[in-house]
Design a protein around this ligand. Structure first.
Ligand code: 13P
Ligand code: SF4
Length: 338
């Protein structure tokens, strides 16, 4: 373990902060990032939607659950989170003593924006029997107001484990919530939020692509609308998509999720062909927040150890409990999770 005080002043002469637009060649930049990473005893965690060049040099690439499990276990002194803000916040909550940096501090999420803490508090006040399940795509304040956190990978397991005598309130994704209700049969009050990317696929755009590729299964993320989920052969988190695509005998698979996923899938299944499901009116299958992170900004944030995630001790303590509850339930064998 390094002394954190040493890390506050990285070797600025050896590793100068570059301007993000400088545009050094990718492999030179990648080598510099890896050298910095070793020097700082840092770990690079990247979400499946990150640009290919970031995925290719990360220590771990995965979905929100896998990334929080990695953050909970890491021995590194510095966590470089290549994803969006709520993901880096989760890593900080699980590692209050470590430095957590995010290449672009503006990497937000439309779901996080849809659920401000004060509005959630007001709704909770209307029913003291609410048991709040928060999708991990929310702020630390919202996590602190919740009983348990879930991701798209474990949402069904988390809802099945919820106390049977409580009224379930699911925030902030109404589409994921509706899908979990279909899977579990458990009624829930759903917060009216959505992912601005995943609601772009429509029944018509999916029917068109399925007609063009009649033998190809369709895999969709549960943040998609019901009209799209109904047409899918598999609805699952980004990590479970990798498992499905490896298992299926099909050689061509249609993918309805953010475009970055295709790079991960091509790496994992080089013998298969992946088709990005088209959205209705635009090429909107790229998350503008996820794509704010670039290799240049990653190099800059490792050099400067900024932008850093900072949260108060009180907020960390309150937000940590529901995250730890999620990690504990996720570690149970599926049959025992209820
Ligand atoms: P996953 O946890 O399935 O990777 O989803 C994260 C996300 O932000 C989907 O839009
Ligand atoms: Fe949020 Fe949607 Fe982007 Fe995922 S793809 S980070 S849910 S805006």
């Amino acid at each position: 373990m390094m002394d954190l005080a040493e890390l506050k002043a990285p070797d600025v002469d050896r590793f100068p902060v570059r301007r993000a637009a400088a545009g050094a060649p990718h492999d030179a930049l990648s080598r510099e990032i890896l050298e910095l990473k070793r020097h700082l005893n840092a770990v690079i965690l990247a979400h499946n939607y990150q640009v290919p060049e970031i995925q290719d040099l990360a220590d771990f690439v995965g979905d929100s659950l896998g990334l929080s499990q990695q953050a909970a276990q890491t021995q590194a002194d510095v966590i470089v989170f290549c994803g969006v803000h709520f993901m880096a916040e989760t890593a900080k909550i699980l590692n209050p003593g470590k430095i957590v940096v995010l290449p672009d501090k503006d990497a937000g999420c439309s779901l996080e924006e849809a659920c401000p803490a004060h509005k959630l508090r007001a709704l909770q006040a209307t029913n003291p029997n609410f048991y709040t399940i928060a999708y991990i795509n929310c702020s630390a304040e919202v996590k602190a107001l919740s009983d348990v956190i879930c991701t798209s990978s474990n949402a069904v397991q988390i809802v099945r484990a919820a106390p049977p005598d409580r009224d379930l309130l699911f925030v902030p994704d109404e589409n994921l919530g509706a899908w979990v209700m279909e899977q579990t049969g458990r009624p829930m009050t759903l917060w009216q939020g959505s992912c601005y990317v995943h609601i772009e696929w429509t029944h018509a755009s999916i029917v068109r692509i399925r007609t063009e590729h009649p033998g190809a299964p369709l895999v969709a993320h549960p943040e998609c609308t019901r009209a799209v989920r109904m047409l899918a052969d598999e609805v699952c988190s980004t990590e479970k998509m990798v498992g499905f695509c490896k298992r299926t005998p099909a050689k061509t698979i249609i993918i309805a999720t953010e475009a970055g996923m295709l790079h991960r899938l091509k790496r994992e299944c080089p013998d298969k062909q992946f088709i990005a499901a088209p959205t209705e009116n635009c090429r909107c299958n790229e998350c503008k927040y996820m794509k704010l992170n670039t290799l240049e900004k990653l190099a800059d944030c490792l050099s400067a150890l900024e932008p850093r995630i900072e949260l108060s001790d009180d907020l960390i303590a309150r937000a940590r409990l529901p995250i730890e509850r999620m990690l504990e339930i996720s570690a149970r064998p599926i049959a025992a999770a209820a």
